[in-house]
Design a protein around this ligand. Structure first.
Ligand code: ADP
Ligand code: 5GP
Length: 217
């Protein structure tokens, strides 16, 4: 099971990169977070987020229901333990779209997770994308940019840094990291085991004779 953490300053393109990556890799599912933020037009409860009110979120914190949670731009966001447990039971991979503090906390909780910091090509372009998305007013955009400046400090502690300039290139680079993560030894032990079973079976008395006879026909 691959746990892929994608973090970035808001507006960089985590959502866009993640959506394309998931469309190309059905085994990779979005870890649907809980949030107290209001849904944006088109966002559906249970798809982009589980939208909850603050008291419900705080009750879940009290009950130790979150693997990690953070306050971001005045709202609470968190990854439910149950989300990761269910993915582990089902055997699919998870993509986490989280802010920087959440990424660090996830990595602490799940050390095998692979973390990627996505960068915009320039700060001017980041501002342009945030304005162009049209989901926040000017004051909220400034707040997200100020948070983003601080978040940049954490980039060197991530496993990978990818620049989202041309979207298709960024998706290909993140996909390369995801595919490589799936080839790490713990993910491939079953392949080794299968070959070892075959090799052991080939040692059974008569197996060599049978193989020679087969080659002769
Ligand atoms: P995040 O999830 O990091 O906040 P989004 O995925 O919502 O960012 O992207 C912010 C805006 O930038 C969106 O309008 C998106 O369509 C646009 N965008 C994302 N990646 C690129 C790119 N490589 N080139 C141009 N625009 C992009
Ligand atoms: P947005 O309001 O733009 O959807 O998200 C704001 C920020 O919260 C983004 O950086 C997003 O990645 C982050 N975020 C979303 N879900 C979670 C979560 O479960 N935990 C943490 N720590 N951050 C999250």
């Amino acid at each position: 099971m691959v746990l892929l953490i994608l973090a970035a300053c808001s507006g960089t393109g985590k959502g866009a990169v993640g959506a394309r990556l998931r469309a190309r890799n059905p085994a990779l599912r979005l870890s649907v977070s809980h949030t107290t933020r209001a849904p944006r037009p088109g966002e559906r409860d249970g798809v982009e987020y589980h939208f909850v009110d603050r008291p419900a979120f705080e009750r879940a914190i009290e009950a130790d229901g979150f693997l990690e949670w953070a306050e971001y731009a005045g709202n609470l966001y968190g990854t439910a333990r149950a989300t990761v447990d269910a993915a582990r039971a089902a055997g699919h991979d998870l993509l986490f779209d989280v802010e920087v503090q959440g990424a660090a906390n996830l990595k602490r909780a799940e050390p095998a997770a692979v973390s990627i910091f996505l960068l915009p090509p320039t700060w001017v372009e980041l501002e342009r994308r945030l304005r162009g998305r049209g989901t926040e007013d000017a004051a909220r955009i400034q707040r997200r940019l100020a948070t983003g400046r601080r978040e940049l400090d954490a980039a060197p502690s991530f496993d990978y840094v990818v620049v989202n300039d041309v979207l298709d290139v960024a998706v290909a680079e993140v996909e390369g990291i995801y595919r490589s993560a799936g080839l790490r030894t713990p993910e491939r032990v079953h392949v080794v085991d299968a070959l070892r079973r075959e090799a052991a079976a080939a040692l059974r008395p008569g197996a060599e004779v049978a193989a020679t006879a087969e080659r002769a026909t």
